[in-house]
Design a protein around this ligand. Structure first.
Ligand code: G6P
Length: 485
């Protein structure tokens, strides 16, 4: 039982994230719950760590669970998946997820302030959800355990957790998977002080890139008047370590996938279907930060300026449905549908469809097959914390040498040397990059790909996870006698 002292001499890692690594669904007719393991980056990053540091995952199950079913769901998650659910009342879940996290913080952190509408009830819901998460963590925590809190949904958890465990040596790490914006943008937020104070109760705060860490420190200096060092911030006599830990993927999963018979069969089907046609691929959640309209405009410009390419190249765009209860996502859906129709109407024919638009999620096998057959992958985000699609594409091109067109506004652009880096706001530049990618000489493709592939195999998710956790566990806890002198 989670309330008994645990038998691990070096403690465990308590991972706290909004989503559990398990998707929980409930059958409407039978009322039965099913639990499906998700294959997200965080899951594979941390599974490598588990051999020497057992972990428990604490998160929101993603659905409303009736009170009578809470015990059953908790038992299944705990016993089979080392996961502990945090149940949220529907109003709290809505205000926290759709309201403050995805309606306010997400647009603000991605430089989309027009999509932001501040609402006090959403902020209250955010605080309430964060308090419930922290309470569950405090209940689970034992001497020696390390806590690692993830992402913008849970920035107040470190503060509440400290308050719930006074005098305890709790080591708390926080990692932001999204960008942290310039202080000039961050300061728009009405609750800017409270949010910074919440996260500053961590011992280590990690970011994907040096720029995000720098923006965070400037915000703390300008908004809270704190003193910053190159590697941290002084907060009430403690030193909070602030640094950069760029995430990666588990590339072997994709390389192994390529060897499977069913994926090879899938690849063969796709090759036959698109014989004689070059394939450009986009895989994105349907989110305004992914800049699908910009990508489609550029593709249209490419076909307009190079008529010889008409009927010789397709854009396969997978748009995974996301956050569909948030108005801005509904608007984007309409805009993208309209644009796809327009380009297909203008440049298509009865025999030829230029844009193959799929508004659905794809399973792992289809995903790897698509990556494998794509001559070019286009990531056009106007902002993106890292963007792991670009890494997955490289890993899945093993044995080939596809070309990656990558927006300069992705965290990945700082590390993926060998990609064609573009400004997605410049339609002509993006169209030119698509053209250059489609016509790149073989030798150049090989050299660029080799550089990219080396990087993706060296800076893996596992390396990211262990270096962050090692730093967190090797630092003396800032709450345990390491006062600045
Ligand atoms: C981004 C965020 C993650 C989030 C994911 C999917 O990558 O950084 O925290 O889980 O998007 O979004 P969703 O709203 O479906 O969890």
């Amino acid at each position: 039982s989670p309330t008994q002292p645990h038998p691990h001499p070096h403690g465990r890692l308590l991972i706290v994230s909004n989503r559990l690594p398990i998707t929980v669904t409930r059958d409407k007719h039978t009322g039965q719950y099913t639990f499906v393991k998700s294959s997200g980056g965080l899951v594979s990053a941390l599974s490598g760590l588990s051999s020497n540091l057992p972990f428990v995952w604490i998160g929101w199950p993603g659905i409303t669970v009736a009170q009578n079913d809470e015990a059953t769901v908790t038992n299944s998650l705990l016993n089979s998946h080392a996961s502990i659910p945090v149940f949220l009342p529907p109003e709290t879940a809505h205000a926290h997820y759709n309201g403050f996290s995805n309606g306010i913080l997400w647009p603000l952190f991605h430089y989309h302030p027009n999509e932001l509408s501040f609402n006090k009830e959403h902020w209250d819901g955010y605080l309430d959800a964060n308090r419930r998460f922290a309470e569950r963590v405090a209940k689970e925590w034992r001497e020696g355990d390390t806590v690692w809190v993830h992402d913008f949904h849970l920035m107040d958890v470190p503060r509440v957790l400290r308050a719930l465990l006074p005098g305890k040596n709790v080591r708390i790490g926080f990692f932001l998977h999204t960008p942290f914006p310039s202080s000039e943008v961050y300061r728009i937020l009405p609750v800017r002080k409270a949010l910074l104070k919440g996260v500053l109760d961590s011992d280590v705060i990690g970011f994907q890139t040096y720029d995000y860490a720098r923006h965070f420190m400037s915000s703390c200096a300008r908004i809270l008047g704190l003193h910053c060092f190159p590697d941290g911030i002084e907060v009430e006599g403690r030193k909070v370590r602030v640094g950069t830990w760029p995430i990666g993927i588990d590339p072997t999963k994709f390389v192994k996938g390529l060897q499977s018979e069913s994926i090879q069969a899938h690849i063969a089907r796709l090759r036959a279907r698109f014989k004689g046609t070059k394939i450009m691929l986009g895989i994105d959640r349907l989110d305004y930060i992914k800049a699908l309209p910009q990508k489609i405009h550029a593709f249209s410009h490419l076909l307009h300026t190079h008529p010889s390419l008409q009927s010789k190249v397709v854009l396969i765009q997978i748009a995974v449905p996301s956050r569909e209860d948030v108005l801005e996502y509904q608007n984007l859906d309409r805009v993208v549908n309209g644009l796809v129709g327009k380009v297909n109407g203008r440049y298509g024919s009865v025999e030829f469809v230029p844009i193959h638009y799929v508004h659905k999620g794809v399973g792992f096998e289809e995903l790897v097959a698509l990556y494998a057959v794509a001559d070019v992958c286009v990531v056009s985000s106007t902002r993106d914390g890292m963007n792991l699609v670009s890494y997955e594409y490289i890993a899945s091109q093993e044995g080939q040498c596809g070309v990656l067109v990558l927006s300069e506004f992705c965290g990945a652009a700082q590390s993926l040397n060998g990609a064609i880096i573009v400004n997605p706001w410049n339609t002509e530049e993006l169209a030119q990059a698509m053209y250059d990618a489609l016509t790149m000489p073989q030798k150049q493709k090989e050299t660029s790909y080799a550089k990219l592939n080396r990087y993706v195999h060296k800076y893996t998710a596992e390396r990211w996870g262990s270096s962050f956790v090692n730093e967190l566990r090797s630092l003396p806890s800032s709450y345990n006698g390491t006062q600045l002198t």
